[in-house]
Design a protein around this ligand. Structure first.
Ligand code: SF4
Length: 336
């Protein structure tokens, strides 16, 4: 495996800004990292004020009793998934096990060309052992293991989970997967190794819920986590109804993200406008406005339906907030 800065941690809100190399930030002490975060914030365009349509949606959500922080678009209808709680405090970390994948989603914004790279919180690691050492020095309260598709390499995934368990016995571990490679036997082994829960991206398999039905037998607290594709709202309402019937507890919605790694394919899909992206502080990608509005409507719909399924909108505003916290005062860095 080659060591290379991965952007996967940015995707899940735990990232380093592109303005910093993977060497600069780790060598900075907490005060310098706070100053770096502030200077980055100063250089980025401020988040645009909400449009009248978004303001009206927010008002509707507030009147329905939405939880969270509307000012940064961190909104949820029920309890948050367990791994999200420390993450929102800047106490989460992320391991990208590989950027190889068995899918080729048009919206995927992992670095291309794909490579079998292992990285921790955006920092290259040469082995599972080294990843465990970096994580232990960060002392996060939750760890997300993502990709690519980590389950392309089940033995490496299991070894990493065991390593995290050994180094950080109290940390919560979420495994991100598109679900296509889950089997009963693998689920049993993931559970036995110490995985806390799964995050399943059903947008990668046309919203087929069969992996969720199987995985719920082992991980009743799992979350389905998807980008919201503009135009897919009717399908997503059907998905939410099906998840409610299955007894799933968590659905996490993201805006569809645009970055240098997926912009061409988003344009070719014809779904999105070509407006120049306005970057949020701390992020090198932007959310699509039409997707964000869909997320707000889906939250309201779930509340009006009184679903037990908790729906959480983890927006780019939320992720900018977390990225800044992680840079300024969050996860303790190995070399800080
Ligand atoms: S399943 Fe995930 S990592 Fe794989 S191509 Fe789709 S979005 Fe990218």
């Amino acid at each position: 495996m080659r060591n290379r800065l991965s952007e996967t941690s940015e995707r899940y809100a735990l990232g380093l800004a592109r303005s910093f190399s993977d060497r600069q930030v780790p060598q900075a002490g907490p005060g310098r990292r706070r100053r770096l975060a502030r200077s980055l914030t100063d250089r980025q365009a401020p988040a645009a004020p909400p449009s009248p349509r978004v303001s009206a949606l927010l008002d509707r959500l507030v009147s329905l009793g939405i939880k969270g922080w509307p000012e940064r678009m961190t909104l949820h209808t029920g309890p948050l998934p367990r791994g999200c709680v420390p993450c929102l405090k800047g106490r989460g970390s992320n391991v990208s096990l590989t950027t190889l994948c068995n899918r080729d989603c048009f919206f995927c914004f992992n670095p291309k060309p794909r490579a079998d790279d292992l990285s921790v919180h955006g920092r290259g690691a040469g082995s599972v052992e080294e990843a465990g050492r970096i994580l232990a020095s960060q002392a996060p309260a939750s760890v997300g293991i993502s990709g690519g598709e980590p389950l392309l390499f089940p033995d490496r995934t299991l070894a990493l989970i065991r390593k995290v368990r050994e180094r950080l016995p109290k940390a919560w571990i979420d495994l991100y997967t598109n679900g296509g490679l889950l089997t009963r036997d693998l689920l049993e082994r993931l559970k036995a190794a110490g995985t806390g829960s799964l995050r399943i991206n059903l947008a990668a398999n046309a919203y087929d819920t069969s992996p969720v039905r199987l995985a719920l037998l082992f991980f009743p607290d799992l979350a389905v986590e998807i980008p919201v594709i503009p135009g897919h709202e009717p399908r997503l309402r059907r998905l939410m109804t099906r998840l409610e019937e299955l007894g799933a507890r968590h659905l996490i919605l993201h805006e569809l993200f645009r970055s240098g790694h997926n912009a061409d394919r988003l344009d070719k899909a014809g779904l999105l406008r070509r407006a120049a992206p306005r970057l949020r502080p701390g992020l090198t990608w932007s959310g699509e406005a039409a997707s964000g509005e869909s997320c707000l409507r889906l939250l309201a719909w779930a509340m009006e339906k009184k679903f037990r399924l908790g729906v959480y909108y983890c927006s780019t505003g939320t992720q900018a907030w977390i990225a800044e916290k992680a840079l300024g005062s969050g996860v303790r860095d190995a070399d800080a």
